[in-house]
Design a protein around this ligand. Sequence first.
Ligand SMILES: [Zn+2]
Length: 67
Amino acid sequence: MHGFSSSVLSCRERERLEEELSEVRTRSRNLSRLRQLTQRERMALDEREQTAQARLRDHDAEHGCQR
Ligand SMILES: [Zn+2]
């Protein structure tokens, strides 16, 4: 049966988290292209990316919508 897996694939919350992660990545890429980032700025951006990644991982683990 295909019905179940296709409905599970369109998880809104996961989409939102993925968007968040790609936004963070895009922003840090753009910023570092514009100018040299200070170490503190880069660390803050890294941390934000890791947080977004962890949220996505947690969501997968709890929700299981990628299985
Ligand atoms: Zn989900």
